[in-house]
Design a protein around this ligand. Structure first.
Ligand code: ATP
Ligand code: MG
Length: 654
């Protein structure tokens, strides 16, 4: 029940999850970091002298054209890592492996949605990237120029990213589901000089007309001089001579010789606009060396990657997960990566399991929203396939409800695979908290412990540090190599959003608590906290209580104004295997009361077919808050996946 010591404005914890899953002995026996003691020792070593550690690891893990002279220059809130050094992320992802004699190793095992496949070795990928970098140069693209990328999940998307990185151009990948409006906004904010797209991309059997959307966007993007078009689907497209260029024409004429440009450690590598769960998209800036190192090192730690692994991250390169854990992390580590173009339910709901079986995937990384969909679609799709190759399962993007975690553990992992619930953000560049699969026992719903180099502190509203099990603002105490270097073109917003609320600390924008075993539990976004009768409650705990009921597929909890209580608990629920009813509503209220207490019992339960989500699949609670309060949704909705959801939620109301 709620903690009485709430003077500081800490968030109450109502959830109690006691299950503990130690790393399987067999797994730990061969892991890189093979015991809790080994993890702790490393964490302490890095915390005691982060610069000494990163100096050594930076030298070892990246290729340096010129060595750096200073590991960290910290002028709060601005960090420079590996000062004075020159490196190149494309070199680290490609040439380094060729230099080490691994050119034949498979880099990408690609599968298109219609079933077409391609296999690229590191040498193949290197060749494509060199040619494409020259193609960019032939259009006048130079180091420091911004290039937008709006492409389907084809190997060329990775080639485009690494081609930019090779010559020091700064990519800005825009998820290929965004509208023309959203593309134009991003082109203009970044002042992009070129955009790379395709005629179309496959999604659920349909060709999405990407070039057409880009044409619309370019009417309002005055800085963009060139548009490169990959012929993916063979769709007829509008053509503007001089501006538009076919990918294959440029590639045919381009030389294979393209030495990677030695770039300053702090040369901008990319801008990525965050999905906007909470408001107007921000152009998060990452630079070369620190980001590259963080992506590589965290990939190796979190997935315990080995040379013979087959790794599959189901994210899109339009999100940070695709940047760090499809492109820069795994490729720097020399991993063999599966890449899939399309939807998880095309041609049917077994597609992912079929892919895992076909390529004998060993490391699998996906999002809670997908896991909840798999559960809803039914176990029969999973059971048809041999998933015995899997050895580590990961999740990212939202908190995972313990019920969904248990399903993932039993149905997908065969109770044999450690689950790494990875907490991180676009801003952090890579994973910050996660179990190390051979070293840290897991608890369903907890991202467990910080990675080496990450020093989290949980701070209450009054600025004091929270005690065990008290929820508060999650902050990070020391700069880390992968941290964002700013918001593109907006110094003030960077200072204000991340560095103004808690002195000297990076403010993540999420709430969390640390339990008595030192395990971290993310409690949702700061802006989403509910305030019920003076108690501050976390969204995820109420949602997890609902999802633990067999009839609930997905749930979102928000506060709505209430005269007496300050806020009432309003929840939106999608059901599985039954129809919504008055009876079920009563039952769910009682269920939550029984699971986590009377305080958290929902006042309103609204059944709905779908919840409003960002295009990356995250529940947009701020819109639900408006709906629960009977207001028009006022905030930015450009990143909403499906506008009709809002209309239908309003209709449900009537
Ligand atoms: P915006 O910042 O524009 O609102 P966003 O926060 O959704 O968008 P991302 O950087 O992709 O954009 O997502 C990071 C956020 O996702 C985290 O701050 C957290 O709220 C949530 N998140 C990610 N991983 C986890 C996790 N393992 N457990 C709980 N929450 C997570
Ligand atoms: Mg965010």
């Amino acid at each position: 029940m709620a903690d009485a010591s709430n003077r500081s404005g800490a968030i109450d914890t109502v959830m109690h999850e006691e299950r503990l899953f130690p790393p399987p002995a067999e797994f730990a026996a061969q892991a890189r970091i093979a015991s809790f003691e080994a993890y702790e020792k490393l964490w302490n070593e890095v915390a005691a002298d982060p610069e000494a550690y990163w100096e050594r690891v930076g030298r070892e893990e990246l290729h340096w054209f010129e060595p750096f002279t200073q590991t960290l220059r910290w002028n709060e809130p601005y960090a420079e890592w590996f000062v004075g050094g020159k490196t190149n992320a494309s070199y680290n992802c490609l040439d380094k492996h060729l230099d080490e004699g691994h050119g034949d190793r498979t880099a990408i095992l690609w599968e298109g949605e219609p079933g077409d496949t391609r296999k690229l070795s590191y040498a193949d990928l290197h060749k494509q990237v060199c040619k494409f970098a020259n193609a960019l140069r032939s259009l006048g693209v130079e180091a420091g120029d911004r290039v937008s990328i709006y492409m389907p999940m084809t190997p060329e998307l990775v080639v485009a990213m690494l081609g930019c990185a090779r010559i020091g151009a700064v990519h800005s990948v825009i998820f290929a589901g965004f509208s023309a409006e959203a593309i134009a906004e991003r082109n203009n904010d970044a002042q992009a000089v070129a955009i790379i797209t395709a005629d179309a991309g496959w999604r659920r059997g349909k060709a999405l007309p990407l070039k057409q959307t880009v044409d619309e966007a370019l009417k309002k993007s005055s800085t963009v001089k060139h548009c490169i078009v990959l012929d993916r689907v063979n769709e007829a497209v509008h053509w503007q001579p001089g501006r538009d260029h076919w990918w294959h024409d440029l590639m045919r004429d381009a030389s294979e010789e393209c030495p990677a440009t030695p770039l300053d450690s702090e040369a901008p590598l990319f801008i990525l606009y965050t999905s906007g769960s909470t408001g107007k998209p921000k152009g998060i800036l990452h630079t070369t060396a620190g980001y590259n190192l963080w992506a590589k090192k965290t990939f190796q730690w979190v997935f315990d990657h080995r040379a013979d692994d087959v790794y599959w991250c189901t994210a899109d390169c339009g999100w940070i997960t695709g940047h760090s854990y499809i492109t820069y992390g795994p490729l720097s580590a020399g991993a063999t990566c599966v890449m899939y173009e399309g939807a998880p339910n095309h041609p049917d709901e077994a597609r992912f399991w079929e892919i895992i079986e076909r390529y004998k995937v060993t490391l699998f990384y996906t999002a809670p929203t997908a896991i909840r969909a798999f559960i809803k679609w039914g176990d029969e799709h999973v059971e048809k396939h041999d998933l015995s190759s899997l050895r580590v399962l990961g999740t990212v993007g939202e908190g995972i409800n313990p019920q969904a975690w248990m399903w993932y553990h039993t149905k997908i992992g065969g109770e044999r695979c450690p689950i790494v619930d990875t907490w991180w953000q676009t801003e952090t560049g890579g994973v910050m908290m996660s179990p190390l699969p051979g070293a840290i026992a897991t608890k369903p719903g907890s991202c467990t412990k910080p990675l080496p180099g990450v020093i989290p502190k949980i701070i209450a509203e009054d600025g004091t540090e929270c005690g065990p099990d008290q929820g508060g603002m999650l902050t990070i105490a020391h700069p880390w190599p992968g941290m964002l270097r700013g918001i593109w073109g907006d110094k003030e917003r960077y200072q204000e959003v991340y560095w103004s609320k808690v002195k000297g600390m990076y403010l993540a924008g999420d709430n969390a608590r640390c339990d008595r075993d030192g395990y971290y539990w993310i409690m949702g976004r700061i802006d989403d906290v509910l305030n019920v009768s003076g108690h501050r409650l976390s969204t995820i705990e109420i949602e997890s209580a609902l999802v633990s009921h067999p009839a609930v597929a997905e749930a979102a909890a928000v506060g709505r104004p209430h005269e007496l209580k300050g806020e009432a608990v309003a929840v939106f629920v999608t059901v599985k295997g039954c129809e919504p009813s008055e009876e079920l509503r009563k039952e769910l209220k009682l269920h939550v009361r029984k699971e986590i207490g009377a305080l958290a019992q929902p006042d309103d339960i609204r059944f709905t077919n779908t919840l409003p989500k960002t295009r990356s699949g995250k529940i947009m609670r701020r819109l639900l808050r408006d709906i629960a309060a009977g207001r028009e949704a006022v905030g930015d909705t450009t990143t909403l996946e499906d506008y009709s959801v809002l209309a239908s939620l309003r209709q449900d109301e009537e």
